[in-house]
Design a protein around this ligand. Structure first.
Ligand SMILES: *[C@@H]1O[C@H](CO)[C@@H](O)[C@H](O)[C@H]1NC(C)=O
Length: 220
């Protein structure tokens, strides 16, 4: 009897964890259709009788992404918006191309854990913990290496090799979302009040003006 409260606690924790991720599907599939007039948590299903094998195929990773930008990297998404067959399945992917020196700048993925495999090249990767530890975990990855970025933590990948690099990531949500930290802080239109930023970053207002005036490249 004295173990009962502990098992209840474990059950409660397990339930809380289950609700923190995409909900489990209640049917074989629910190929997404867009209805721009109605907003729900997720997307409506295409009539299952009209679903074909093509709904479960995504060809967007066949060709390299265009890395001719300031960051010298390109993220090609296979999220539910690009790949409607993923709807309700709690999973998605990204292809990330890196030119020499290319950086995928710190995003925080609000609803995903990401697991990344390097297909070509050498990447320096890392993530930043919350104030539980105030730490960063970084590693140099070679072709074939796999690294996991725990859910929601800010992370980055930088090509430190002498060749272009290519990586694929699997993500634990069909609609993970992305908040690219520098862009989210400095590129917003209308901008965040300068007083907020100069106090938060402890810099002169001129520095904030300078940063807000920059062009913030989006590699997504
Ligand atoms: C991390 O830093 C915050 C302040 O920024 C502090 O409150 C917290 O105690 C720190 N955590 C550890 C484990 O040092």
């Amino acid at each position: 009897m004295k173990f009962l409260p502990i098992s209840l606690l474990i059950l409660a924790l397990a339930t809380a964890t289950a609700f923190a991720y995409d909900l489990s599907p209640l049917q074989d599939f629910c190929v997404a259709i867009n209805d721009p007039k109605v907003f729900v948590n997720g997307k409506f299903c295409k009539n299952p009788k009209q679903v074909t094998a093509d709904d479960f195929l995504f060809k967007g990773f066949r060709y390299p992404g265009n890395t001719a930008n300031w960051l010298r990297s390109k993220v090609t998404r296979a999220f539910v918006d690009q790949f409607p067959g993923l709807n309700t399945l709690g999973i998605s992917m990204a292809r990330i191309d890196f030119a020499l020196g290319g950086l995928n700048p710190p995003p925080t993925p609000p609803r995903e854990t990401a697991i990344l495999v390097v297909a070509e090249g050498t990447l320096l990767v890392g993530f930043i913990t919350s104030n539980q530890l105030n730490n960063t975990f970084t590693k140099v990855l070679c072709k074939g290496d796999v690294f996991v970025f725990p859910i929601s933590l800010i992370h980055f990948q930088l090509n430190i090799g002498k060749t272009p690099a290519l990586a694929f990531a699997a993500l634990s949500s069909h609609n993970p979302g992305v908040i690219t930290i520098p862009n989210a802080v400095f590129r917003l239109k209308p901008p965040i009040l300068a007083d907020v930023l100069n106090k938060a970053f402890q810099v002169d207002k001129k520095v904030v003006d300078y940063l807000q005036a920059q062009f913030w490249c989006d590699n997504n």
